[in-house]
Ligand binder design. Structure first.
Ligand code: ZN
Length: 807
């Protein structure tokens, strides 16, 4: 139902109040306390082509379109000034008690748009709005689109919506306009308004003020802390502290999660106020409140897309599957959570794994996808429904003006603010977004080229020269990450940390970042059978068109197959694609995953580089490319290339341990049909193993399994050897006593007396693609693609489909 915003580039530099620095921005007078990473000004980062630039362009178009006179109408009416403008509708209508909040959002959004583009029209419009607001300000400093009697009603316990919430948007807009554009009239109006806030609340007792704080007041405390950092005026500090809401902050200080039953977005700005209170005062109680709050919300109250709240309220901890509705995940909440995350990053940049992984999760899966790409003006969701069959709905030009429409404008104008951070010569690369950073005062630019997350790679190109202690975020969700500097592998990237490269850079230096993404199924904490599907950090949603759903759809994980489109899969007849791209149709983010996942692994060999063969099922059976195995063009994407000399792929121990039925299927392009090579050979030596050779001593392909050495092998002999020089699909299935060998989707041989099953082999540790248990056998010379292991026998139809669809 409501919302808020703020925090500029402050962070560190000392200077006179109101001093305009290059770019028109104003530095804070007081350095933030307890901070070891700093933001770049928005003006230093330009977005490159991609989904973020697209969203920003739509928001910019809306900001150009908005009529200042309509936004100002009720401010003028309230001030007794003439206005003939058509009133706005929705939450800005003349009868809505929240009216006026949108103008504050617009000022912040215009400030950010101007800072990040330099487009004069934004500056002209914002200056005009500030000048007109100045005319509407009362002699006592009061400035609003509703009369001051609303404050009387609040103070006397009468019903009123959220007057300080609305005032917060306006003071934050003024502060942003001043700090990002250097406009001093905005500061003048703001200082008078802050004086009014102080006077109005200073008359009250502490107990009275705490009573008022039960009504949503947005982030006015945070804004006042920020103002104190700018002015050094202690009055602004103690006015900020009027808004320390003990009922909410005290349990947090004691690390108690008492959030259930509280309106979510009313509380998040209180935590942002707390971390800004820490930065302003150094009082660690403020920091602990903010950190504890963040931990609770991200770990115990957040859905897979990073959003929180059902019906706008925090529910009991870890209730997710039981709280799926049409009113989940108010967008303002994630807007505020990423803002809180950013402030915590300043405080503790070493905590990258959790902080920026969450930031990425909420940014891509919630905020990026909350804007309607089919509206030229970037219309925005309020809630993001997570019930099965939910559908996103959006705001409009003049008849909506919800809180989330407001924060959406702010989100759409600051995508550049959290990609890079710095401290001295240290440069943090936290997000993989196409962009160019021009490092102020250093003559260095860093251009980031990427189509992430549709690719898992990004390239940084340095212009200029100098020492940079480069720290690249390696997300916790990746495996097998690789960093190359000028083409040469560098360091050992560990998931959930930074890879540091400390060197003197020269113009033209490049850094190639590869963060392999795997499919995973994220269980809901209150029901592990309810899961969301992710590819790397990206949540995928089932696309159900116009079909509403009355219950969660069922997902068989083994039915998930990648399509040729990045980040898209099918599960039976249902298409799964990124939730952030899901618009205009019903969807499901959560699924009933009926069975526990049986032993199952799938290796597409599509990693751009490196020695890890990712198990694309997300079950974690990652393999290793060994002995000089490389990659080549595959049947789908890339394949592993085995050179016939020493190369093979090693799969994890126990991959078929205990199995009484199985399928192994793969595409193979033999470069030589050499006798006794192995497509696969799983075993613990020559005594116990199961293998498939493209050509046995009899001259034909053979599957064999034994727990008693070569003399005890049970076999399925094909009528011919596998061909060389062409992509061939080959599969073995075994269930009961029936083993079937398939080539190119058709059965070629069977054995109905196959009594030795993988379970007879124990936990095998030498599970190889391309290498035999017998040391004298030759290595396979072939390309191998889409290697699959299932803990059940696929049907003939399923094998035929694998072949027909190239899976
Ligand atoms: Zn909202």
């Amino acid at each position: 139902m409501r919302f808020h915003r703020r925090t500029v580039l402050i962070a560190g530099a000392a200077g006179a109040v109101g001093a305009v620095v290059p770019g028109g921005a104003v530095h804070a007078a007081r350095p933030d306390i307890g901070v070891t990473a700093y933001a770049f000004p928005l003006a230093a980062v330009r977005l490159g082509a991609g989904p973020f630039a697209d969203n920003a362009a739509r928001t910019h178009a809306y900001l150009r379109f908005l009529d200042p006179d309509r936004l100002l109408h009720m401010f003028r009416v309230t001030a007794g000034l003439p206005s003939s403008a058509t009133p706005c509708g929705g939450w800005e209508s003349p009868s809505t008690e929240l009216r006026g909040h949108s103008l504050g959002h617009v000022l912040t959004a215009l400030a950010q748009a101007w800072a990040s583009t330099g487009e004069a029209a934004f500056k002209t419009k914002g200056d005009h709005l500030v000048a007109q607001l100045a005319l509407c300000q009362r002699p006592n400093g009061y400035l609003s689109a509703y009369p001051e009697s609303f404050i009387d009603r609040l103070e006397t316990g009468q019903q009123v919506w959220a007057p300080y919430y609305t005032l917060h948007k306006i003071v934050q807009g003024l502060l942003d306009w001043h700090q990002l554009t250097g406009n001093n009239q905005a500061l003048t109006v703001l200082l008078r308004k802050a004086a009014w806030v102080q006077a109005r609340n200073g008359r009250l007792t502490h107990t009275q003020r705490q009573q008022l704080l039960r009504v949503e007041f947005g982030g006015i405390g945070e804004t006042l802390f920020n103002l104190y950092q700018l002015t050094e005026d202690p009055v602004h500090l103690f006015t900020a502290q009027y808004f320390d809401h003990a009922q909410v902050l005290d349990p947090l200080a004691s690390n108690v999660d008492a959030l259930a039953g509280f309106h979510a977005n009313t509380q998040i700005p209180k935590a942002i106020g707390a971390i800004r209170g820490f930065h302003a005062t150094g009082d660690t109680r403020y920091r602990d409140i903010a950190v504890n709050f963040w931990n609770f919300v991200t770990r115990q109250h957040s859905y897979a897309i990073g959003g929180n709240s059902n019906g706008e309220y925090f529910q009991a901890p870890n209730r997710i599957a039981s709280e799926l509705s049409d009113t989940t995940c108010e967008c303002c909440n994630s807007y505020n959570m990423v803002k809180l995350t950013r402030q915590l990053f300043f405080t503790d940049p070493g905590r990258a794994a959790e902080l920026m992984d969450f930031y990425e999760k909420a940014l891509y899966n919630h905020l990026l996808g909350a804007q309607n790409p089919n509206s030229a003006h970037g219309h925005h969701c309020y809630y993001v429904p997570l019930r099965a069959g939910g559908i996103k709905t959006y705001s409009n030009d003049y008849d909506n003006f919800t809180c989330c429409h407001g924060t959406g404008m702010e989100t759409g104008t600051k995508f550049g603010d959290s990609i890079y951070f710095h401290n001295g010569t240290t440069l943090y690369v936290n997000l993989f977004v196409a962009s160019t950073l021009t490092w102020p005062g250093r003559g260095i630019t860093v251009r980031q080229d990427t189509a992430y997350p549709e690719t898992s790679t990004s390239r940084l190109t340095i212009t200029g020269s100098g020492a940079i202690d480069l720290r690249i975020r390696i997300p916790a969700w990746t495996s097998g990450a690789q960093i190359k500097v000028n083409g040469i592998l560098t360091g050992t990237p560990a998931p959930g940390s930074y890879l540091t490269i400390n060197r003197t850079w020269a113009g033209g230096d490049t850094v190639d970042i590869s963060l392999p993404m795997a499919l995973s199924l994220e269980p809901a904490p209150d029901n592990p059978a309810v899961r969301a599907v992710r590819h790397g950090p990206i949540v995928l949603a089932g696309q159900f068109g116009a079909t509403n759903l009355s219950a969660l759809p069922t997902l068989d994980p083994s039915s998930l197959w990648a399509t040729t489109t990045p980040l898209e899969y099918t599960a039976g007849s249902v298409l799964l694609r990124p939730f952030y791209k899901t618009h205009g149709q019903r969807y499901s983010v959560y699924w009933n995953v009926a069975a526990t996942v049986a032993t199952e692994a799938r290796y597409p060999f599509d990693e751009p580089s490196g020695t890890v063969a990712i198990d694309a099922t997300g079950n974690g059976w990652n393999g290793v490319l060994a002995g000089g195995a490389t990659r080549t063009a595959g049947r789908n994407g890339s394949a592993v290339l085995l050179n016939g000399g020493s190369g093979y792929v090693s799969l994890p121990a126990g991959i078929l341990a205990g199995a009484t039925a199985f399928t192994i299927a793969t595409w193979v392009r033999l470069d030589a049909a050499t006798t006794w090579t192995r497509i696969f050979d799983f075993g613990s030596g020559t005594g116990a193993n199961m293998f498939l050779t493209p050509r046995s001593g009899s001259g034909t392909a053979r599957y064999a399994i034994t727990s008693g050495g070569a003399g005890a092998e049970q076999r399925i002999d094909a009528p011919a050897a596998l061909p060389a020089g062409a992509w061939t699909h080959v599969a073995v299935t075994h269930t009961g006593n029936l083993g079937v060998l398939y080539v190119n989707g058709s059965e070629v041989a069977r054995n109905t007396a196959l009594t030795v099953r993988p379970s007879a082999l124990g936990v095998t540790g030498q599970n190889w693609i391309g290498r035999s248990q017998y040391a004298g056998d030759p290595y396979l010379a072939a390309a191998v693609d889409s290697f699959r292991v299932h803990g059940r026998a696929l049907s003939a139809a399923e094998i035929a489909q694998l072949h027909a669809t190239g899976q």
